[in-house]
Design a protein around this ligand. Structure first.
Ligand code: ATP
Ligand code: MG
Length: 308
């Protein structure tokens, strides 16, 4: 975790390290707010460091570390509101926003940091792969409320598909990684293991990226996280029409809610997705609640987990 700890000045680093102890495995976020106690979010608890209230100077230290001494380099990232650092960790930032003609130009004073610890869970997708493959990969939609493990699953699915499993050979996978979250790329180089046959279009808007990837790298499987807008759906339909298999995720509570969503009408009418996998919020992340086929017929009940 050296790549995270190097963000902090010495004193802060020591205090945070001591508080975390041997709990790195369950640490999700470190939240820094100038003049407020540092907050640590673990899988099951949230804790404060009441005596550790970062000063302005400490804030500047963190920004300098994030930018590796070149704020200019970060102009685009600063506008996006987050920076990806080595290891694929993402640091969300907030503060005073500069606007020009009503659109965000830059973040001027950065006073809030949310350091999201990236954790690749190797094997997280092993249980869902059998649902996504039947002689060939199937167009698959992974549905879940926030924090149910959608991105983690799609990342591991990418790795497995591009590596091969059982007697399924490795496929060419194209990842459109708009928020640099799947691959955690830095300067285009993935920080997570995505298998041998994966190409990544990093920091690229999904709708543009899908067809760019199809044209440039002829993937067999296209992976996209968090589709949502009508533009995304149109690009997705276009990609599927070229014959590529799409595996993507979407925020949603359950199938009934999705079916009613106006932007998805065409998707359901044309039965685009051959598998719809709904994740469960009540258990640990990455747990399957239901799997539906192309005709929206339920394939498993709650406890029907499959192991490969
Ligand atoms: N199989 C798993 N085992 C343990 N922890 C997991 C697993 N899958 C996900 N997590 C953890 O759960 C948290 C949420 O995971 P993730 O970001 O993949 O969810 P998400 O559904 O994509 O969230 P969001 O809706 O915010 O995009 C992360 O801290 C992640 O490390
Ligand atoms: Mg996600």
């Amino acid at each position: 975790m050296e790549e995270i700890m190097r963000l902090f000045p010495n004193e802060m680093r020591q205090a945070i390290l001591t508080k975390i102890g041997d709990r790195w495995g369950s640490l999700q976020e470190i939240r820094i707010r100038l003049f407020q106690p540092v907050e640590l979010i673990f899988d099951r608890t949230m804790e404060w460091l009441p005596m550790l209230k970062p000063s302005k100077e400490e804030g500047i230290f963190i920004i300098n570390q994030l930018s590796e001494f070149s704020l200019y380099r970060m102009t685009d990232e600063l506008r996006e509101g987050y920076i990806t650092i080595e290891g694929g960790h993402r640091v969300g930032i907030a503060g005073r926003v500069n606007t020009s003609d009503g659109s965000v130009k830059a973040l001027q004073y950065i006073t809030f940091f949310n350091i999201r610890i990236a954790k690749q869970k190797i094997g997280a997708a092993r249980n869902i792969l059998p649902y996504m493959y039947d002689k060939s990969y199937m167009n698959t939609l992974i549905v879940g409320p926030p924090q149910t493990g959608k991105t983690t699953l799609i990342r591991d699915a990418t790795r497995i598909i591009a590596t091969g499993w059982k007697n399924v050979q490795a496929h060419k996978v194209g990842v459109i990684d708009e928020r640099s979250e799947i691959a955690g790329s830095i300067n285009g180089i993935p920080q997570h293991d995505l298998g041998y046959r994966t190409d990544v279009m990093d920091a690229c808007p999904k709708a543009d990226g899908m067809m760019m990837m199809v044209r440039s790298m002829s993937p067999e499987v296209l992976v996209v996280d968090e589709i949502g807008s009508e533009k995304d759906i149109a690009a997705l339909m276009e990609a599927i029409n070229t014959g590529v298999t799409v595996i993507c995720t979407i925020h949603g509570k359950d199938l009934n809610e999705l079916i009613r969503r106006p932007s998805l009408q065409m998707v359901f009418k044309q039965r685009v997705f051959e598998r719809i996998i709904v994740l469960d919020r009540t258990r640990e992340p990455s747990q399957i609640r239901n799997v539906y086929d192309q005709n929206l017929k339920q394939m498993i009940q709650k406890s029907g987990y499959v192991h490969i």
